[in-house]
Design a protein around this ligand. Structure first.
Ligand code: C2G
Length: 136
């Protein structure tokens, strides 16, 4: 039986925090399915990503730990996704601790320690603060 893991996120400016989470989630089973937030859903979440949806799913699809990428369009779709993909484990980083316990009726819910000292927001601030230089 294939043990399938499922997770969701924006994955903007794909960085090592994302990679380490996906790597650890994949290690929990055989396949990892990732719901990538659309630009429209991000505006619902109050987030505006630098990289547009089409490119964020292209980048995610190239990650060795990811077996399938699908669109995350709204908050309520998760139970339907878990059922249609027959996911056994729902996993998120620890900054979401407790937020998705309501899914534990239909699958195992895990929260993995978030990677410290890296975030999309920090990357943006770092680039903004860096003196302009040409990357010849
Ligand atoms: N993450 C992490 N370490 C970091 C940054 C992010 O482990 N340094 C994890 C987050 O905890 C999350 C995943 O990477 O599980 C994706 O992070 P985001 O792209 O910031 O996702 P978010 O905007 O929180 O959207 O329905 C759920 C939402 O779509 C999650």
């Amino acid at each position: 039986m294939v043990k399938r893991i499922i997770t969701y996120g924006t994955f903007d400016l794909f960085h090592v925090g994302h990679v380490r989470l996906l790597k650890r989630l994949k290690a929990l089973g055989d396949e990892l399915y990732v719901g990538c937030a659309t630009d429209e859903f991000n505006s619902v979440k109050g987030k505006k990503s630098i990289i547009r949806f089409e490119e964020r799913i292209e980048i995610l699809s190239c990650c060795r730990y990811v077996d399938r990428v699908f669109a995350e369009k709204n908050w309520p779709q998760k139970p339907d996704d878990i059922r249609r993909f027959d996911a056994h484990v729902f996993g998120m980083g620890s900054d979401w601790e407790g937020e998705f316990d309501w899914l534990s009726d239909i699958c195992k819910v895990v929260y993995l320690r978030r990677t410290e000292h890296v975030s999309t927001t920090q990357l943006i601030h770092h680039v903004k603060a860096s003196p302009a230089r040409s990357y010849a």
